[in-house]
Design a protein around this ligand. Structure first.
Ligand code: PXG
Length: 441
């Protein structure tokens, strides 16, 4: 039988196995988004919802950008697809050169993929290949961090530190240790980078002491942990990690899938904190989420390290059919124009103190146990009500019902509006958040 062209949503909800969703609960009472423009979504019934999270931390330049649409349409007209294995297309090289030019330090080479998860697994593999190519093939271990989120590939969940993302999936990658997370109670209600916790980086010395540096390939951290409820790093923490990695020849990977492309008021967290990682993973804001794209930026020594074999030999046995997909490259290039023309990273930086004031004004509301912020992002912890996540979920649903999309992870709420947000819209986000928190007291 020929399948019908489209099936009314109400009759068809069962078929979709939704990711990271309570499927039956959702389908009994769905939250649907049908249209988006600027910093707003509209439901199928036409109800307007302000986007407090830039989609899933990804629509940094706002929704429905005409310039990106035009670039994708033009690329589709010109050439829908071209491979990047032993072939190439001009836009991929142009994009890599543009990224190289805007990245700090000598992070001047780009590998492309289709998501943050792929970026993380690619970065881990590049780290292994680099060490092997340089005669240090015993360096196979990785170090991640508790409460870290690095996507959902086996590599990413192995170095990640969110228990529910790990516990269902067996033995994971062998040879992974975790640094302690940086969410310290004495830092509650910190504005910006918290004071306490630089010493937590020293746990890396303990891991080196246990395994020996000659067995450790790389450390991977998010400069600000995102999915766990947004945790900015303690003052000096990332610098300390960099120093310990340097001392022991361990590669440092920053997972900037959330912090990259302006979220903190700079192009990348590496600039914000003055710490250059050896590899950096990105996704989300790279294409403003219009066409899926991820990437790994690597420093010169990592790239050069991979280029030591015979000229006619493949340098990296890794890549995806859709690495540097022409539509993604066209979108990413158009997004860079917008970021530059509208100075959106700078704009995020300028708005960050207004945002900080707004989110911290929620201190004192019932059950609010911590508020954190940096750039245009924040995390708000609520005291649990019975099972973990119950109150957080209720707040998230309430906010949506009264016109705001936020994110919820357990009892932590997180927000990260598009960088084009206006002050009045920030006020609106804060007001609705306050109402939602009061409603679940
Ligand atoms: N690394 C980091 C730091 C991320 O935040 C990924 C990797 C994986 O990216 P992909 O594109 O494979 O999903 C992410 C993704 C949330 C939330 O609500 C965060 C992400 C994804 C979905 C929800 O915090 N981050």
């Amino acid at each position: 039988m020929t399948p019908p062209k489209s099936v009314p949503v109400a009759n068809n909800m069962d078929a979709f196995l939704m990711p990271f969703t309570a499927n039956r609960q959702f389908k009994a009472n769905p939250r649907l988004l049908a249209r988006a423009k600027g910093v707003h979504y509209w439901t199928p019934e036409g109800r307007k919802v302000i986007d407090g999270t830039a989609g899933l931390w990804c629509v940094n330049a706002g929704h429905g950008r005409e310039e990106i649409k035009a670039a994708i349409a033009q690329q589709l007209e010109e050439m829908d697809y071209a491979p990047s294995f032993q072939m190439g297309h001009p836009k991929s090289f142009e994009l890599a050169a543009r990224h190289a030019a805007m990245l700090p330090g000598d992070l001047n080479h780009a590998f492309y993929c289709n998501s943050g998860s792929e970026a993380v697994d690619s970065a881990l593999k590049i780290a292994l290949a680099y060490h092997r190519a340089n005669g240090q093939g015993t360096r196979t271990r990785f170090v991640g961090r508790e409460r870290g989120y690095h996507g959902v590939g086996f590599g990413g969940i192995s170095v990640g530190g969110m228990v529910n993302n790990r516990k269902w999936f067996g033995a994971l990658l062998p040879g992974v240790d975790h640094l302690p997370h940086t969410h310290l109670p004495q830092n509650a209600f910190s504005k910006g980078e918290p004071e306490h916790g630089v010493h937590l980086a020293d746990a890396l010395e303990g891991i080196v002491g246990l395994h020996d540096a000659s067995n450790i390939a790389a450390v991977i951290v998010e400069p600000c942990a995102g999915s766990t409820g947004f945790l900015p790093p303690p003052k000096g923490y990332l610098k300390r990690l960099r120093e310990i990695c340097d001392k022991h020849g361990i590669l440092l990977i920053f997972d900037e899938v959330i912090t990259g492309f302006g979220r903190l008021g700079t192009g990348f967290a590496a600039e914000k904190f003055g710490v250059i990682p050896d590899l950096m993973t990105v996704a989300k804001g790279i294409s403003n989420a219009t066409v899926p794209m991820g990437g790994v930026f690597v420093r010169k020594h990592v790239f050069d390290g991979l280029m030591q074999g015979p000229e006619n030999a493949v340098d990296l046995f890794h890549g995806y059919t859709y690495s540097a997909h022409p539509l993604a490259c066209a979108a990413a290039s158009a997004v860079l124009d917008i970021y530059k023309d509208e100075a959106l990273f700078q704009r995020a930086g300028e708005l960050s103190s207004y945002w900080e004031e707004g989110v911290h004004s929620l201190k004192g509301l019932p059950n609010v146990t911590d508020i954190r912020n940096l750039g245009l992002a924040c995390g708000i912890d609520l005291a649990p009500e019975g099972a973990v996540g119950t109150r957080g979920y209720k707040a998230f649903v309430k906010a949506f019902d009264i016109g705001l999309m936020m994110r919820q992870s357990g009892d932590a709420l997180a927000m990260s509006p598009p960088l084009v947000i206006e002050k009045g819209q920030i006020d609106e986000i804060i007001e609705i958040t306050g109402k939602a928190i009061r409603a679940v007291a």
